[in-house]
Design a protein around this ligand. Structure first.
Ligand code: HEC
Ligand code: HEC
Ligand code: HEC
Ligand code: HEC
Ligand code: HEC
Ligand code: HEC
Ligand code: HEC
Length: 324
């Protein structure tokens, strides 16, 4: 009798574990398994652009020649197939004539697509609000000072960009991802100077007024202080001139912290807010990091606790009944 009940409890517990399986584990396996329709087609391009050295047949000297690939022209195939545009042929965005080598010199002049060429007015992408992002970007210092030269591609690497803040449960991870986007220029003089002849100020020096700067740069993104918040988009794109940057500590270290409308926006406007964020909790280190990641673990451990407790009660109850 008791044993049967234990069996049932065991089975219930076992299946309850599946109930609490985080959806994102499923999503991750889907991602790992997806194979681009163009994988084979792209193999030609990757045979040269996928590595540091490449070969070609030199018909003049009738010999196979090995050369170094320009490091800026290397496309990481792993990153490519993990990116938003994983299911593209290289030749969807680049001329089909790139199939020939040597590439025709004319090809370097080929016009490039803009994001809006493909994404404007498309229902499937309505949740991103590309039009609003485009508008805000055009108001930013980057765009207004450098007009057409500063494109969306400057921040969104065409071969590796993938959405992060919206999908990555690990906050520390996407903060780093987003900050690295800014640092590809603000910590790299050669890319910065594609756009200007100015010297690149060292962001570590220009931000030394922040106490424990290292921690701040790990816990907040550059855009938290440098953009104007826009409620219609998840990631603000209007980068303001430095005079308008947030310097007041209370903008974040207060009850109605601006972080609620920026860094934590997704959690607050999404189902994930069932974890019950509160401002005070948000600013406690352990909670900030663990908030999203541990939600399911919390549920499971509470579930375990309840099951053990119930098990004990039933056990005690049955023992009492059987004794009598
Ligand atoms: C045999 C090796 C080889 C193959 C195959 C190859 N490329 Fe290239 N590609 C190069 C080299 C070398 C350069 C740099 C020199 C040049 O521009 O010719 C280059 C340059 C490029 C550039 C930059 C041009 C510029 O100056 O801005 C693009 C874009 C490009 N390739 C796309 C492709 C695509 C797309 C494919 C596949 C359809 C492809 N390549 C296949 C070797 C190759
Ligand atoms: C979604 C569109 C898109 C796809 C797909 C795409 N590219 Fe590109 N690629 C671009 C754009 C846009 C640029 C110019 C980037 C810039 O101006 O900053 C570029 C630039 C390049 C360059 C020149 C390097 C540079 O940074 O200027 C090479 C080489 C290249 N692509 C190769 C490839 C190969 C190989 C593939 C397939 C594996 C591929 N591209 C797929 C859009 C794309
Ligand atoms: C040549 C057309 C084209 C260009 C140019 C292009 N995209 Fe896309 N993009 C697509 C398509 C098609 C998809 C859907 C891919 C899929 O579902 O596999 C997509 C997917 C995305 C997604 C992910 C959508 C999702 O829900 O998974 C984002 C975000 C995105 N693109 C942003 C951009 C940005 C930012 C740019 C410019 C820097 C850009 N795209 C340029 C066609 C394009
Ligand atoms: C100064 C750098 C920068 C420029 C320029 C830029 N972006 Fe972004 N963008 C970002 C950062 C950082 C993110 C956050 C990435 C993440 O975590 O998903 C982002 C995210 C996005 C997203 C995903 C937002 C979401 O809701 O998940 C889209 C779509 C996008 N950008 C489109 C664009 C378009 C279109 C342009 C050009 C009009 C553009 N971006 C120009 C930095 C930039
Ligand atoms: C492609 C290179 C590039 C990227 C990526 C980039 N920036 Fe910039 N940024 C520049 C350049 C160049 C300037 C100088 C503009 C000027 O004054 O001419 C600048 C200026 C600025 C300024 C204004 C400084 C002032 O003097 O007022 C701020 C703030 C800024 N960037 C923040 C960011 C943030 C935040 C990101 C990431 C979301 C970012 N940048 C990404 C190139 C870049
Ligand atoms: C806590 C808010 C905050 C964060 C986070 C922050 N900044 Fe700033 N940043 C500022 C303020 C305020 C200024 C203006 C400083 C001044 O005038 O002394 C500034 C100045 C700048 C400037 C102009 C420097 C100059 O002297 O010309 C750039 C560029 C910049 N920040 C980029 C970044 C980048 C890139 C990141 C992320 C790695 C970042 N900032 C993170 C608040 C911040
Ligand atoms: C963009 C929002 C933002 C701004 C502006 C900001 N902080 Fe912070 N600050 C944070 C976050 C987020 C943390 C990390 C909280 C945690 O997880 O411990 C933090 C942590 C700290 C810490 C704890 C450091 C430690 O060693 O544990 C101090 C002290 C601090 N901030 C002081 C300041 C001061 C002083 C200012 C103004 C000069 C300031 N902050 C501006 C967001 C901000």
């Amino acid at each position: 009798m008791i044993r049967n009940i234990y069996h049932i409890l065991g089975v219930v517990f076992f299946f309850s574990l599946f109930l609490f399986q985080p959806n994102n584990i499923q999503a991750q396996t889907d991602q790992a398994q997806r194979i681009s329709e163009y994988a084979e087609d792209n193999q030609l391009c990757f045979s040269c652009h996928g590595q540091a050295n490449y070969y070609y047949q030199n018909d003049w000297i009738e010999k196979k020649v090995k050369e170094r690939m320009n490091p800026y022209f290397i496309v990481d195939s792993v990153e490519y197939y993990e990116s938003n545009h994983w299911n593209f042929s290289c030749r969807d965005c680049h001329s089909a004539d790139y199939g020939e080598f040597p590439h025709s010199g004319q090809l370097r002049m080929e016009p490039k697509f803009t994001c809006l060429d493909c994404h404007a007015g498309d229902e499937q992408f309505a949740k991103y609000n590309f039009e609003q992002i485009d508008e805000d970007f055009h108001k930013s210092v980057h765009s207004s000072k450098h007009s057409e030269d500063f494109t969306c591609w400057m921040c969104h690497n065409p071969h590796s960009y993938k959405i992060n803040a919206r999908t990555n449960e690990n906050m520390a991870d996407f903060i780093q991802y987003d900050n690295e986007i800014c640092l590809t220029c603000h910590a790299d003089i050669s890319k910065y100077q594609l756009l200007t002849t100015m010297e690149n100020p060292n962001v570590l020096v220009t931000h030394n007024w922040l106490p424990n700067q290292v921690l701040h740069f790990k816990k907040v993104r550059c855009i938290e202080c440098h953009t104007q918040i826009n409620d219609n988009i998840l990631v603000a794109h209007n980068v303001r001139p430095k005079e308008e940057a947030i310097k007041l500590c209370v903008e974040c270290h207060s009850k109605d912290s601006r972080l609620l409308a920026s860094l934590y926006k997704y959690q607050f406007t999404n189902e994930r807010s069932i974890t019950g964020f509160s401002n005070e909790a948000m600013l406690e280190e352990s909670y900030v990091i663990g908030a999203n990641r541990n939600y399911y673990l919390n549920v499971i451990s509470i579930g375990l606790f309840i099951l053990v407790f119930l098990g004990l009660c039933v056990h005690a109850f049955l023992r009492i009944i059987i004794k009598h």
